[in-house]
Design a protein around this ligand. Structure first.
Ligand code: ADP
Length: 260
C-alpha cells in the first residue's frame, strides 16, 4: 500500500510488464505526449519491448502520432493492445471511440476507472517498458495512476514558458509526496535552430532548465528544440521515423532506481 493506504493493481495473467514509467507535465501543450512517444520509440530502437498506455483520455493523441487506428481486438473480458510498425503496443481511448472527434463527456472518477482498466483489462503481453502518458496537471487521473500502477518513476516535461511557473513544482512535489522517484525532466521547445545560420534562438526566453535542476535537484534528461519535422511527422502518424537519438542511458537510470 502507498502513503494513502491504496494497493497497487496486480498484473493480469496475459501480462509480464517489467517497468512502468509515467510522463507528466504541469500544464497542457508543452509536448508531453510527443515526449512520451519519443521515449517509447527510443526504447524500442534500443531493442526493448515497449508499450504506451495513453491515459490522457480527454486529449488522446498517441494513436494519431503513430498512425494507428481501428478497434483493438477483443477476447473474453480482455482487449489486445494495438501494434505500431515498430511493434510498440498502444492502448488509448481514441481507439475505442466510434468518432474520434467526439469529446469524452465523463466525470473524473469514470475516466480514472477507464485508465485503471487499461492496466487490468488489456493484454499487453511481454513488455520491458510501459510508458504512461498522463493528462496534464495534478488532477484525478494522475493521482489514480500514481496510486494504483506500480511505477518505477516519473518523467516531467516542461517548456521554457512554464518553468518559471509553479505548476512544474506542483507536479514534482505530488510525485515526491507519493514516494515515487522523479527520474528527471525534459525541457521541450527549448530553442529553435535558425534554418539559415543554425544559431540557437530562445523563442520563449532563456532556458530555466539549470535553475530547475538545481533548486529541485532534478536530472535534466533532454533539451529538445522546436522542430517542425517533429510536428509534421506527428501530424502524419509517422513519429517513429523521427531521427534524433534521445534518452540514451535512461534504461540504466530506471534500473538504478529499482535496485537502490
Ligand atoms: P501535450 O501532450 O503536452 O499537450 P503535445 O505533445 O500534444 O503536447 O504537443 C502539442 C503540439 O506541439 C503538437 O502539435 C506537437 O506536434 C507539437 N510539438 C510538441 N513538441 C514539439 C517540438 N519540440 N517541436 C515542434 N513541435 C512540437
Amino acid at each position: 500500500p502507498d502513503k494513502c493506504g491504496i494497493d497497487k493493481l496486480p498484473q493480469n495473467e496475459y501480462n509480464n510488464i517489467k517497468h512502468v514509467v509515467a510522463v507528466m507535465s504541469g500544464k497542457g501543450g508543452v509536448g508531453k505526449s510527443s515526449v512520451s512517444a519519443l521515449l517509447a520509440v527510443s526504447l524500442a530502437n534500443q531493442g526493448y519491448k515497449v508499450g504506451i498506455l495513453d491515459a490522457d483520455i480527454t486529449g488522446p493523441s498517441i494513436p494519431k502520432m503513430f498512425g494507428v487506428s481501428g478497434l483493438p481486438e477483443q477476447g473474453d473480458n480482455i482487449m489486445y493492445a494495438k501494434e505500431t510498425d515498430k511493434g510498440i503496443k498502444i492502448m488509448s481511448l481514441n481507439l475505442l471511440l466510434e468518432n474520434e472527434d467526439m469529446p469524452v463527456i465523463w466525470r473524473g472518477p469514470v475516466i480514472a476507472g477507464a485508465v485503471k482498466q487499461f492496466w487490468t483489462d488489456v493484454a499487453w503481453g511481454d513488455i520491458d517498458y510501459l510508458v504512461v502518458d498522463l493528462p496534464p496537471g495534478t488532477g484525478d487521473v494522475p493521482l489514480t495512476v500514481l496510486q494504483s500502477l506500480p511505477l518505477d518513476g516519473v518523467i516531467i516535461v516542461t517548456s521554457p514558458q512554464d518553468l518559471a511557473n509553479m505548476v512544474v513544482r506542483k507536479a514534482v512535489n505530488m510525485v515526491k509526496y507519493m514516494n515515487i522517484p522523479v527520474l528527471g525532466f525534459v525541457e521541450n521547445m527549448s530553442y529553435l535552430n535558425c534554418p539559415d545560420c543554425g544559431k540557437e534562438i530562445q523563442v520563449f526566453g532563456k532556458s530555466h532548465a539549470d535553475s530547475l535542476a538545481n533548486t529541485m535537484g532534478l536530472r535534466l534528461l533532454e533539451k529538445l528544440p522546436i522542430d517542425p519535422a517533429l510536428s509534421e511527422l506527428s501530424d502524419n502518424g509517422q513519429i517513429e521515423k523521427y531521427g534524433r537519438e534521445l534518452f540514451k542511458g535512461l534504461d540504466d537510470i530506471i534500473n538504478t532506481q529499482v535496485t537502490s
